[in-house]
Design a protein around this ligand. Structure first.
Ligand code: LLP
Length: 420
């Protein structure tokens, strides 16, 4: 059986540690299920990213939808990151961490009037427009407010990112962004939009993309448009590549950040503007673990089930994308027999599973299992289904342990509910 280890999450004397802290101790102190993050993993990913692009003028806007725990956002902001927000709720969180509005980008395919208004009033660096209607609406709202909104059009370059269909956004049939022809029309009608300043061009072609070719293809297409627009007299201040960089969950071999940079550099040559990136998963996925305890381990006919105390409400990715997450015992003991089992949660749904027919060492009731690569799109997608409280979130930095969010109480779940 393979073990998933990183620089900051690894076995020491057969005990799984996150940085300098044994996971067993965290389970003893805070119970399970439990989200645990490595701050130094986050820092390393951010620093690797900026140093790969150190030769060009660039800025990272952390896509906080991946993990919007305030301390996680703060970790990136302290390193100089801006933030990409997708809703009023994300904007509220971002501002709570003290990010300057001039470091915030407002994204989203269905922004409401109120969200657009808020974006303009808070004077965010940029509002992305994802349709002709939205450009017109932003112009109208900005006019009513007596402001000029900074806008970038999200252009759909129509390339196949070859990822899961649910997280593929750059194909012509997706709801995201406008096609190149419409984008060109909008940019060239710029004098009609008196209350908008077009400051950039934007793309985001999908998520968990493990080869750099789709990025190169998309950036090449939009760089051509950038140059045409420049010839037409519109000088944009930035080119936003979006997020989407894939990470290793199983045996994928995604490109390295250096390879990504090397392959994109030639496309950036023609662009005399700042390059923006919006990574989410790359920065956080492999810095997080969902720690869970085995409740039962039994056979039903030929099938073996390991029932754990985490469930699909805590980590939805396996259920909705059939996503693979490595699952390994916190205590390594290779003298045990191996078994093949479904690792499932206690929720009353067949889809409530973390792994199907997975080879794993026989585990006993009370044993701790680590569900790896849970730092992105984990807690942010958690719910209270089946009346379950969402887990606490712990941030580890060296030997220091911070409870950044406690386990919900049942009163939290009922806080404003009335019997009528
Ligand atoms: N920028 C925009 C406009 C986005 O929509 C996204 C992600 C990102 C940046 C960050 O993408 P990343 O670098 O994390 O790939 N829940 C799914 C992923 C949904 C991604 C949505 N958009 C999952 O668990 O795989």
């Amino acid at each position: 059986m393979q073990y998933f280890e990183t620089e900051f999450i690894k076995y020491i004397n057969d005990e799984l540690f996150i940085e300098e802290v044994p996971l067993k101790k965290l389970a003893d102190d805070y119970g399970t299920p439990l989200y645990i993050y490595s701050r130094n993993h986050f820092k390393k990913q951010y620093n690797d990213f900026t140093s790969a692009f150190k030769n060009i003028k660039h800025k990272i806007f952390y896509a906080m939808k991946a993990n919007y725990n305030l301390s996680v956002i703060n970790t990136f902001v302290q390193l100089g990151s801006g933030v990409d927000v997708n809703s009023e709720g994300e904007l509220y969180r971002a501002l709570k961490t003290g990010v300057e509005p001039s470091n915030i980008i407002l994204t989203g395919v269905g922004k409401t009037k109120d969200e657009i208004k808020l974006g303009i009033l808070r004077d965010l660096l940029l509002i992305k427009a994802e349709s002709e209607e939205e450009v017109e609406l932003i112009d109208k709202i900005a006019g009513e407010l007596g402001r000029v909104a900074r806008v970038a059009i999200r252009v759909n370059p129509d390339v196949d990112p070859k990822t899961h269909p649910y997280i593929s956004t750059g194909l012509a049939n997706s709801k995201f962004g406008v096609d190149t022809k419409t984008a060109w029309n909008l940019y060239t009608r710029r004098n009609e939009f008196k209350n908008i300043e077009f400051t950039g061009i934007d793309m985001h072609i999908g998520s968990q993309i493990t080869s750099f070719e789709p990025f190169v293809e998309a950036v090449t297409k939009l760089a051509e448009m950038y140059c045409e627009l420049k010839k037409d007299g519109l000088k944009l201040e930035h080119f936003d590549v979006g997020g989407g960089i894939g990470v290793k969950y199983r045996d994928e071999v995604p490109f390295t950040i250096e390879e990504y940079a090397e392959n994109l550099f030639p496309c950036f040559n023609k662009l005399d503007c700042e390059i923006f990136f919006e990574p989410g998963r790359y920065l956080t996925a492999n810095g997080g673990i969902l720690l869970t305890e085995v409740i039962y381990n039994f056979s039903n006919g030929d099938k073996r089930f390991i029932i754990v105390d985490a469930a699909m409400n805590d980590l939805l990715r396996p259920t909705i994308y059939h996503a693979y997450h490595h699952i390994q015992p916190v205590k390594r003991d290779e003298s045990r027999d191996k078994t093949v089992a479904d690792i499932v949660g206690p929720i009353c749904e067949t889809g409530d599973y973390f792994a199907k027919d997975r080879e794993i060492y026989q585990s006993k009731t009370g044993e701790l299992l680590a569900i790896m690569s849970s730092g992105a799109y984990g807690m942010v997608m958690a719910s209270n289904y089946n009346g379950r409280r969402r887990p606490p979130e712990i941030l580890v930095d060296g030997d220091r342990v911070y409870v950044t969010r406690s386990r919900e109480t049942f009163d939290h779940l009922l806080w404003d509910e009335k019997i009528v």
